[in-house]
Design a protein around this ligand. Structure first.
Ligand SMILES: Nc1ncnc2c1ncn2[C@@H]1O[C@H](COP(=O)(O)OP(=O)(O)OP(=O)(O)O)[C@@H](O)[C@H]1O
Ligand SMILES: [Mg+2]
Length: 156
């Protein structure tokens, strides 16, 4: 199945989702993150990165630098499209190189640059629920992420 919904009741559930994603994502993957301010896009990237051995505090919203790289047991490229004026500005960052490289590319505010994203990707939409709960709606766009989503479903 190409969709999976997961409700995190608290931060530790989101940590578990991030750690499981870190395990199941193929070596070269693109993850598009969509959700309002404070939904938990960066928090999920921190959870995933820390499972790959990257210090959590070194992962911050790359709002001003637009793009950051971390080297864990997999390479992570972390992008934030919030402050980009248009899609051309995104293309000037050279995203094709990230998409083709070995490693994970995680893009916050991906809905702002949707037409520049590869078809083969995992999209994660985050909804804020009462208290500290969050709903993560995951969608394997293109066929290559379906197996990863199945593995995620089995491991969560
Ligand atoms: N279950 C949860 N999962 C993720 N974050 C949570 C959860 N519960 C509370 N939070 C809090 O919500 C906030 C999410 O902030 P975060 O910076 O990750 O959002 P964001 O979607 O990246 O926002 P922005 O669009 O500003 O970059 C953090 O302060 C985090 O501690
Ligand atoms: Mg953020």
């Amino acid at each position: 199945m190409s969709r999976l919904s997961f409700v995190a009741q608290d931060l530790s559930d989101t940590d578990r989702l991030g750690a499981t994603l870190a395990q199941v994502l193929p070596a070269s993957s693109v993850v598009s993150l969509v959700g309002t301010l404070g939904a938990g896009k960066t928090y999920l990237v921190q959870s995933l990165a820390s499972a790959l051995g990257v210090a959590r505090e070194s992962v911050v919203s790359p709002t001003f630098v637009l793009c950051q790289e971390y080297q864990g047991s997999k390479k992570i490229v972390h992008v934030d499209a919030y402050r980009l004026h248009d899609e051309d500005e995104f293309l000037e960052l050279g995203p094709q190189e990230w998409f083709e490289s070995e490693g994970l590319t995680l893009i916050e505010w991906a809905d702002r640059v949707e037409s520049c994203l590869p078809v083969e990707r995992l999209e994660i939409r985050i909804e804020v629920l009462p208290a500290d709960a969050r709903q993560f709606e995951m969608h394997a766009i293109g066929g290559s992420m379906v197996a990863a989503l199945d593995a995620l479903r089995a491991s969560l």
